[in-house]
Design a protein around this ligand. Structure first.
Ligand code: SAJ
Length: 419
């Protein structure tokens, strides 16, 4: 068993730290946010992710997980720090740099350093190597460096951490082998060894693939609105083709991955990536488009609108980069009195949330922005009885159209479907 220092106790770092601890490693979890560390030391979990509370408790009570704000000497360092983009859409690697500088004084010969954070291809083999290699530490001989991207889906992190295949890319073959040996006992999926730069490129193209395909689905929704045909039916029928897999349209792309990672690829060669950049632009246009479509459908000055779902996607409590926040802002600017209800989200700074009854009381319309499972179970008769007018704009193709129409609702979906 090794001593492992995990830097960055967020959505990836904290579950990873807990998992290594319950597998018998001594884990030091490090985060520069003192309040987050203090909460963890008290036993409070700052993240909402199914199963994490239990795993964290098991890791803490075993005595194998401790949390602090400073790293210490360990056998393995896993960097799971944020890699945001700046206002100019350029990657901001300052947290990777700071984490590398923080561990540098503690590195001993034989240390393994793994970057899990998503980054522009080349980061591990150049930036990280330059920061950590020294006269005493030679990469591939006395210092082992690898990129092992996380590929877990928020809402399913614990399942996917174990079940998913892992791509493990070392700066040298010896680095790949050391990193693969660390993950092998934890991972039920296959471990695919490769180079660090290939692993980085694999990670960002996975999310770029999704972003470009969502952009295509969103463009199709706009076309279907224009043709007044249902995009949902077009997509379902096209997807019967064995080599077609169209994604779903929606109010935009949120979360901390898919809207950001394409910029890591674009940064490598800006002039050669018009498709990737155009897909980003298409997805970024969607909140405004959805707000405009919803207001045109409601067709009333200063309507009272009940927004259902403010998280960045269905069945998660996470509102990071949620396109629903932009839609709400656009609805308000267009003159709507907006009440927001989300059964999973506890709060959003600067945006009051209400319960369902308060949101729909005397409302002129409902706008669905996140496809939470619980919305499918709503009773349209009961909901309609509380409203002033029975109108529903569904930006997620999430509710049973016929059911709501039977309850007297005028329904419109993103992608051209009239009720
Ligand atoms: N969305 C659509 N239409 C779709 C699919 C998604 O509009 O057909 C929207 C969602 O509503 C959401 C956004 O895209 O706003 C992103 O959601 P997501 O479920 O596609 O992805 P994330 O950001 O929750 O997680 C992704 C995953 N990547 C892939 O599926 C390729 C996950 O496996 C990665 O680990 C994660 O990014 C990450 O950390 O990179």
């Amino acid at each position: 068993m090794s001593t492992i220092c995990v830097l960055g106790l967020g959505y990836v770092g904290l579950p990873t730290a807990c998992l290594f601890a319950v597998h018998g490693h001594d884990v030091l979890g490090v985060d520069t946010a003192a309040d987050r560390v203090a909460a963890l030391q008290r036993g409070d979990l700052p993240l909402d992710e199914p199963g994490l509370q239990m795993l964290f408790q098991a890791a803490s009570t075993s005595g194998r997980l401790t949390c602090r704000t400073e790293p210490a000497a360990c056998d393995v360092y896993i960097l799971a720090v944020p890699t945001p983009i700046g206002l100019d859409n350029r990657p901001d690697l300052s947290h990777v740099r700071a984490a590398a500088e923080a561990i540098r004084p503690h590195l001993r010969p034989g240390a393994l350093v793994i970057l899990e954070s998503t980054c522009p291809p080349g980061t591990t083999a150049t930036l990280l190597r330059d920061l950590l290699e020294s006269d005493a530490l030679t990469v591939g001989e006395t210092l082992f460096l690898a990129h092992c991207p996380e590929r877990v889906l928020p809402g399913r992190i614990l399942t996917e951490l174990v079940a998913n295949d892992r791509v493990v890319g070392g700066v040298t073959p010896a680095c790949t082998q050391r990193a693969a040996e660390l993950y092998a006992p934890l991972v039920e999926g296959r471990i695919h060894g490769t180079t660090a730069t290939i692993a980085e490129t694999v990670k960002v193209i996975e999310n770029t693939y999704r972003d470009v395909n969502i952009a295509l689905a969103n463009e199709l929704a706009v076309i279907c609105d224009h043709l007044d045909i249902p995009a949902g039916e077009v997509i379902a029928l096209a997807n019967h083709h064995p080599r077609v897999h169209l994604h779903q349209p929606g109010p935009g792309v949120g979360g901390h991955c898919i809207a950001i990672d394409p910029w890591f690829l674009a940064a490598v060669h800006p002039a050669a990536t018009p498709l990737i950049q155009m897909a980003r632009a298409r997805n970024d246009m969607m909140p405004r488009y959805v707000a405009d479509q919803a207001m045109a459908f409601i067709d009333q000055g200063h309507p009272t609108v009940a927004v259902l779902g403010i998280s960045y996607k269905g069945n998660v409590a996470d509102t990071r980069e949620s396109p629903a926040l932009d839609v709400v802002g656009d609805l308000m600017r267009a003159g709507a009195d907006v009440r927001v209800h989300d059964p999973l989200v506890e709060g959003v700074p600067g945006l009051p949330l209400t319960d369902l009854d308060a949101a729909i009381a005397d409302a002129d319309a409902i706008v669905i922005l996140a496809d939470h499972r619980s919305f499918r179970d709503l009773d349209p008769q009961r909901v309609g009885a509380a409203m002033r007018r029975r109108r529903l704009y569904d930006a997620r193709q999430s509710v049973d159209l016929a059911l709501w129409q039977a309850a007297g609702f005028d329904v419109r979906r993103l992608g051209g479907h009239h009720g």
